[in-house]
Design a protein around this ligand. Structure first.
Ligand SMILES: C[S@@+](CC[C@H](N)C(=O)[O-])C[C@H]1O[C@@H](n2cnc3c(N)ncnc32)[C@H](O)[C@@H]1O
Length: 207
């Protein structure tokens, strides 16, 4: 773990445990939980290097690994790391938050430190610790290969009560501060038009 202050996810405590339960049930029932991962798969060449930053119970990273990509999953919540390891035993998970994903940590894990795609979906950017939003985005940008991109998704309305409310304008300003550019914004992982409910962003480094 890094020295970062408590994330909103950690502060939410038991209020956030519904996520783990809900996705376990969805997977068990055969529901489609791969929408984010299918979009991610279209953004990269075959056998790409992909980082799933805030991988939760592992559904996105596991799908991408099953497609033949070299996936690094990173998740700081030890309960979710445990759930992920039980549900997807072939998926290695680094028990670190984004700011804790230093070059040394990645090297020690035998992981690359530059990726074709960083996936940061499911409200992760609205759950990071207050005051770390720009630093987190900057670190994700540092982890990109030259043509690499970042896929981000979060609720604008109706999201988890413990997450930060952020407007598209606020987020775009944080993206710019972090030295990133917005390539695209959509209203969902099916690339529906922009709306006021959910925001999907494809970002890249400014230089
Ligand atoms: C709603 S879950 C989504 C998990 C997963 N991305 C998914 O879509 O299934 C939100 C996640 O954000 C993670 N998170 C919060 N702050 C983080 C940080 N600074 N670095 C990495 N993950 C973080 C939490 O640990 C939690 O797993």
């Amino acid at each position: 773990m890094s020295d970062a202050p408590l994330s909103r996810w950690e502060q939410g405590g038991e209020k956030n445990t519904g996520y783990a339960r809900r996705f376990a049930e969805l997977v068990e029932s055969g529901a489609d939980v791969d929408g984010e991962a299918r979009l991610a798969d279209t953004l990269v060449p075959r056998h790409a290097r992909i980082l799933d930053a805030g991988s939760g119970m592992g559904r996105v990273a596991a799908y991408l690994q099953s497609r033949g990509h070299r996936v690094v999953a990173a998740e700081p919540d030890h309960r979710l790391v445990e759930q992920s390891r039980q549900m997807y035993p072939d998926l290695a998970v680094l028990p670190h938050d984004i700011l804790g994903l230093t070059d040394d940590v990645l090297a020690a894990a035998g992981a690359p430190n530059a990726f074709d795609l960083v996936v940061c979906v499911g409200n992760v950017v609205t759950f990071v610790a207050d005051g770390t939003e720009v630093a987190v985005l900057r670190r994700l940008g540092e982890l990109l290969r030259p043509d690499g991109r970042i896929l981000v998704g979060f609720h604008l309305q109706g999201g988890p009560e413990t997450a930060r409310r952020v407007t598209p304008e606020q987020f775009a300003a944080e993206v710019a501060q972090a030295g990133l550019l917005v390539d695209h914004r959509f209203g969902g992982y099916d690339l529906r038009p922009v709306d006021d409910q959910y925001a999907v962003w494809i970002l890249r480094a400014a230089t």
